[in-house]
Design a protein around this ligand. Sequence first.
Ligand code: IPE
Ligand code: IPE
Ligand code: MG
Length: 238
Amino acid sequence: MEAILDKNQLPRHVAIIMDGNGRWAKSRNLPRAEGHRRGALAARAAVEECLALGIAELTLYAFSRENWSRPAEEVNFLFRLLVEFINKELSALETQGVRLMVIGEEEGLPGYARKALTLARERTVGNSRMILNLALNYSGREEIARACRLYMESGAPAAACDCASLTGYLYTAGRPDPDLVIRTSGEKRISNFLLFQTAYSELYFCDTLWPDFSAADLHKALHDYAGRIRRFGGLTKH
Ligand code: IPE
Ligand code: IPE
Ligand code: MG
């Protein structure tokens, strides 16, 4: 039987690099699209489990800026799936107290996806039980470059530009960094995700392909996190 999770040792903010949809489909001789479809269900289940656990913030890496290099057919499918997901789940998310937010360059997204995201954001703006951030057309490096541009455009002096002031121009301005970053599918890299914000995040890698990622897999990651000692550059307290 699984050990009980200590609520006091849960991360406040979990971020997930949801990887392995294509391999999941390939291993079953299914089209990649089917992997993404099953991946969307796994994402929904992860939201549900985080809500049940009382996790305050969940960030899901759904589409990177580099993912545009995939065939147009796959990219189009992913955005159609996103809109389908929003249409299907928005009412439930609304009543569950989830606030939906987006990080990434939204202007670059297809118009119909932007419209659905805007509606979802507006409908859930008053919710505070959990923040669900969708990283879409997201690049960590570009986010940092953008923050520098915005800082310069504000007219503030270059000499005063420090980490705290740049933080205010990130997509995540005003919100806490992820405590735990999970990546599925056995890949052990960050792939341009939240480069600035993960400076002291705990990293957890598992072999499970994203469509197979279950509440039990999430619990495993959370147990692992609970055993970590975070030092932030300081000394361990004994
Ligand atoms: C993650 O699964 C979903 C996205 C990146 C949109 P992949 O599509 O990257 O799956 P693999 O890595 O090819 O298995
Ligand atoms: C990272 O997965 C991006 C998302 C999960 C949206 P990728 O499959 O795009 O990453 P690489 O190409 O294997 O690094
Ligand atoms: Mg991948």
